[in-house]
Design a binder for this molecule. Sequence first.
Ligand SMILES: NC(=O)c1ccc[n+]([C@@H]2O[C@H](COP(=O)([O-])OP(=O)(O)OC[C@H]3O[C@@H](n4cnc5c(N)ncnc54)[C@H](OP(=O)(O)O)[C@@H]3O)[C@@H](O)[C@H]2O)c1
Length: 265
Amino acid sequence: MNGSVVLVTGASAGIGRACADLLAQRDWRVIGASRRATAGDGWAPLTMDVDDDASVAAGVRSVVEQFGRLDAVVAAAGFGIAGPVEFTDMADARAQLETNFYGVCRVVRESLPHLRRNGGRLVIIGSIAGLIGLPFQAYYSASKFAIEGYAEALAYEVAPYDVDVTVIEPGNVRTEFTARRRHVPVPADDPYADASRKALASMARDEVRGADPSVVAASVLRVLEARHPPRRLTAGKANERVGALAKRLLPYRVFERGARGSLGL
Ligand SMILES: NC(=O)c1ccc[n+]([C@@H]2O[C@H](COP(=O)([O-])OP(=O)(O)OC[C@H]3O[C@@H](n4cnc5c(N)ncnc54)[C@H](OP(=O)(O)O)[C@@H]3O)[C@@H](O)[C@H]2O)c1
């Protein structure tokens, strides 16, 4: 695959940046997109806002004009929003889906005509929060659950053109994500204050102690270079990956009781 062209979104920080760095080291030709367009080590920066149709279309077009092809996409742009559902207004809810879900859709839609040409790879960064609903991050979880259904459906459509789709589902990863999380405004007498404080503090603590983004980048590289990539792959610390497995295997009430305990709820 050396010399293949890959577009990585969310490349100015965290997981996207680690992917861009590792792929460039492995001789992929990497274009790293973000709004800040921070330059990386051995790869080209590109300004792109995944919330914006025209920005994504122009970005993908410029990649193909410059490199003459597009072989793979790693969709890592995203952010988190936190707060009780009851106090999250629809503009904030939409903003979360706009970036984490529709942002992926825009990049995929613009890239597919090029990926279909020679067969290609689409790697979408989902989350364990797309397998297990996180309290007080309901819209974040919803955006990641949406990715799961979308990618699963898309995989059937593009398989005849030799395009493979994989969702990577990281657990907690140490990135800018925690500090950049948007907290919705809540009223002074917020009845959820205690529970949300406890749950969010516990989740933020786990993120700060989470895996290095290079762990996720290594999974992305494996998927991009595999002959038969998996449809989905969890990445990160073993105990978090076990959580996803436990949800599949345990009666749901039993799983939920355990999750409640671990979040202090
Ligand atoms: N950290 C975790 O624990 C964790 C766990 C599971 C999944 N994830 C997922 O991993 C992905 C990457 O997150 P991260 O942890 O690496 O966070 P991060 O360090 O905050 O990086 C987020 C990246 O997304 C870009 N981005 C955000 N909004 C964008 C927009 N509208 N248009 C273009 N780029 C945008 C940011 O760049 P600019 O601000 O420069 O545009 C930045 O490069 C996200 O989808 C996140 O949901 C994270």
